[in-house]
Design a protein. Sequence first.
Length: 308
Amino acid sequence: MKNQRNAAFTLIELLVVIAIIAILAAILFPVFAQAKLAAKKAAAISQTKQAATAMILYTADSDDQGPCGTVPDLSSVGVQRYKPNVFTMMSPAGWFVNPVIEDEHALIWHNTTEPYRKNFEMLNLPGTRAVGVTGWPAGVQRRAPQGSNLTFNGHLQYYSMTAIEAPSINPMLWQGFGNITRTGAASTNPRLNCAGTGPCMFNPGGPPQGDMAANARGDVFNILFTGETSYYVYGQTIIFVATDSSTRVIKPGNGNRAAGNARLNTVWPIQFLQPDGSVRPADNFIRGGFAGSSLHVGGFMPNNTYAN
């Protein structure tokens, strides 16, 4: 009678199977990671486009004007002033107790357009990480704080949407802080630097307010540096949505570096990134342009034709 062979695997057979599984895993895991990233990017593009559509609906009900992006100073009775040093605004207004801030921040873009958007979460894009805001309370809350990864192009504050030279290119919303979302806050970036009095609007010939110095900065570009954020969110790209709600994915750091007026035509304001997508404070990373004698970030100016 013949001996029957044991049905168990031999050590060599087991090692071969393990090696095959390891090879398949090495091949498939990057594919799965890419598919996951692509899904997040697709969802983010959809959310951004919907948020931009809500803002367009808002402008249709607001005499064709863009929403406010610079915090007004309501303590100045009878004088139209703004708070040029306020970079973050409550989202939503009144989520913590501070009546003065609540009334002022309720007038900013993310709060005024919420009735058309119906959802603050639409501004919080997938694939980003939440961080708190220094100096804001963590205790007393009246509503749940909502973050915004998207930032508003402040040049469009009160600006006529039909007066924009290149509505399919000029940014309305973009990932102005790269891969982070500030919990309970939203921002305008770039933001008009309104340090005087009176109406605060983009002025192609100088500063946004008539009583400001002729050589004053026309806007403030807020950036986060090394150790805080990366401007690579979906692979090496971030999302821009134009004033006509058309959406594009761009790679920051590869903009127009030409000298002179040609730099006005860039839509990539962040030029010199580290390998991880972060920015060093010492880098000259912004490509701006002069409107009259005032400096503006050229890629966001509504009179930019982006001709080259």
